[in-house]
Design a protein around this ligand. Sequence first.
Ligand code: URA
Length: 212
Amino acid sequence: MGERDRVGAPDDLDTLDGALCVQSCERCPALVDSRSRIVNGVGPTDANLLFLGEGPGANEDSGGEPFIGRSGDVLDEALRAAGIVRSEVRITNCVRCRPPDNRDPTAAELANCRGYLDAEVARLDPELIVTLGKVPSEHLLDRSVAITGESGSVVDARIGGRSRRVLLSVHPAATLYDRSQRDGFFETVARAAELSGLEESTGEGQSRLGEF
Ligand code: URA
């Protein structure tokens, strides 16, 4: 394998308006066929908090941004409830192209996209990564995860050769299929605010509002 063929080699990543951006990639033939675009992460490249989903769905594939469909609505609601401003956190996915028929990404597809994710995490150097669902949780931890039971726990994972703090969460879509998961999901997002220090800045802002 030549230097240019390495997944996630610096040459694969283009810096566009300060955002880590994969502009072209043909590593996964099935995803190249099913995608209409590559969906890169959004948010500041120095965000303290990174939310990691599985891969783009139909809405993300047409809109070009992670979590802008129904799952995104739930995530947005939980962020607002936790006092987190969406534009202040980074949101990305394990794979950047929509899998056909909304199937899970295969192990090979996850591996093909891993270098991009590792490079994004290295650039961000976040305080905390929140895995949204079983697929990103298992991908980062490299073990099987019973996500409903483990949601809310904080673990260390080696990412790009460094130990990173990871908060496991159910996928926001799980709250749509099973309403009983909603409170737990919202609590986990609130915990993310606390662990990443975002809660403090929100608290400050709220108390200052009283002055006006
Ligand atoms: N589900 C995901 O895992 N990621 C998205 O971007 C949208 C839905």
